[in-house]
Design a protein. Structure first.
Length: 492
């Protein structure tokens, strides 16, 4: 029997909200008639005990989604409770039945729960009904996820299941964002000023985003890092990282350094701080930006401003900042330094010094700014090695230095029936599965580039092989998949 799509009920509810909002009166009436809190209301008070100022901010039904998400604690100060109760009696001319006073955990707001026979307006009743249905279904989905994940037989099966759920939720929340079209990052989380289908969809989005956040926390090691990160995750981390972000901004903008380098270094910070609700940022990009800001803040805080100005370009290398403008700036700087030398031998010697300097730099972030291009250390060292090789050939300089990039020879190479892209992805799989156990991917790729050839490429560029190692097309994956299936069939 085919398993039902786990988000079907929620998608049906969203269609109802869009097309039949305020028309399902029978369902709504049945929901409220059967609920134990159908006559329970809440007054929100702003009250400071020592100032004795009491004001009623808003009135909510007890089933309102805003009330459900509040962090409330029971309040036991009898004097304050009497003051608020008396204020209620004076302002409402009503008697209190079964009242309860609670306080917000982190603010001076109080909430008085009480019974009243007054009726909800039609639109608010529909919003509460649909949000309750979606919340209930999200709880059912959460149980389904836990149950299925617990019964997974392997890491691969778990990863496939989690990423399938993640992709479906990301797809649905993106569609909801498109329909809602909020104007600011925080609008979607604000208490609705009016009750209509759009406000109802905003509350539905929040529930689905909470479900995504649950998957993040519980199954973070199985997530697809190339899927869009939820807005809630960005806002939560934005608040935590704000002091460091502001410190780094302030320091960078006051540096007396080359403007191109400053703009490049600021690019990641600018993208993080100006991220709009409709902008897409993947988990990989988001995680890198957070690590980048944390590490840059630490380095700037530990060093004097003069050190920051002189070392920033090397810190970006340590932070694995493979932004294209930084690569161009660094290669331009190296070329400029070479112009100061007249002899080619000294120029090559200086290139070797740069090669040594960069190779010995410890990478602080394993993640990269752009996961579609090789890490910056590999790009720069490859560029320097090619520059050395070019200058050595040009001037017929022979060196016994082991760091010299070897000139390609006419040695016999192994001919394979794969394209360069397919060969690169196959190597990726061999490394991922620990069939090739060398920790230095750069050396592995260079070895295969030097000793193998394809139908169309007698000389495989290590740089090209490395670039395709990270940027893999779906057609390439499919071609290798069929080759692996062919290998499996031959084992029978």
């Amino acid at each position: 029997m085919k398993q039902k799509y786990f988000l079907k009920k929620i998608e049906d509810l969203i269609v109802e909200i869009n097309t039949q909002f305020d028309k399902n009166e029978i369902k709504v009436d049945k929901f409220f008639n059967n609920h134990i809190h159908k006559s329970r209301w809440v007054y929100e008070y702003e009250y400071v005990s020592n100032k004795k100022n009491i004001t009623i901010s808003k009135t909510f039904h007890a089933l309102h989604p805003f009330i459900n998400k509040l962090k409330l604690v029971e309040y036991v100060n009898e004097k304050d409770a009497i003051n608020i109760r008396n204020h209620f009696l004076k302002t409402t001319n009503n008697t209190i039945a079964n009242y309860q006073l609670v306080k917000h955990k982190t603010s001076d707001k109080f909430y008085l729960f009480f019974e009243d026979t007054k009726q909800l307006n039609k639109e608010e009743a529909f919003v509460i009904y649909y949000c309750s249905c979606i919340k209930k279904e999200c709880n059912n989905i959460k149980y389904y996820i836990k149950q299925t994940a617990f019964s997974a037989n392997s890491k691969e099966q778990m990863e496939y299941f989690v990423q399938k759920i993640q992709y479906a939720l990301e797809n649905l929340t993106s569609r909801l964002l498109y329909i809602i079209n909020p104007t600011t990052n925080t609008e979607i989380y604000e208490v609705p000023a009016e009750y209509d289908s759009r406000e109802c969809l905003k509350l539905a989005y929040v529930q689905l985003e909470k479900l995504l956040h649950f998957i993040e926390l519980e199954y973070q090691y199985y997530l697809n890092i190339n899927i869009r990160v939820p807005l809630r995750t960005i806002l939560l981390n934005e608040n935590k990282i704000a002091p460091k972000l502001n410190n780094v901004k302030s320091i960078l903008l006051n540096l007396n350094i080359d403007q191109e380098l400053l703009q490049s270094a600021y690019q990641s910070i600018l993208r993080f701080s100006t991220l709009g609700i409709q902008d897409k940022m993947t988990y990989q990009e988001f995680n890198y930006c957070c690590e980048y800001i944390n590490e840059l803040d630490r380095l700037c805080s530990l060093n004097a401003i003069e050190v920051v100005e002189s070392q920033l370009y090397l810190w970006l290398l340590k932070l694995n900042y493979n932004e294209i403008n930084y690569f161009h700036w660094l290669t331009k700087k190296i070329k400029s330094d070479l112009k100061a030398e007249e002899l080619e031998v000294k120029k090559i010697s200086k290139l070797y010094k740069y090669l040594k300097l960069i190779n010995q730099k410890q990478i602080l972030i394993t993640n990269t700014y752009n996961n579609k291009t090789p890490d910056i250390k590999y790009q720069i060292t490859s560029w320097i090695e090619e520059e050395i090789e070019y200058r050595a050939k040009k001037n017929s300089i022979k060196t016994q230095n082991n760091n010299m990039v070897p000139v390609s020879s006419n040695k016999e190479k192994i001919h394979i029936g794969l394209s360069v892209a397919q060969f690169s992805w196959f190597l990726n799989l061999l490394i991922q599965t620990n069939i090739i156990k060398s920790k230095n991917q750069k050396n592995v790729i260079r070895f295969f580039a030097d000793n193998f050839q394809t139908d169309n490429q007698k000389e495989i560029s290590a740089t090209s092989l490395y670039a395709k190692y990270y940027n893999v097309e779906t057609s390439t994956k499919e071609a290798i998949k069929f080759k692996i299936i062919e290998l499996l069939n031959r084992t029978k």
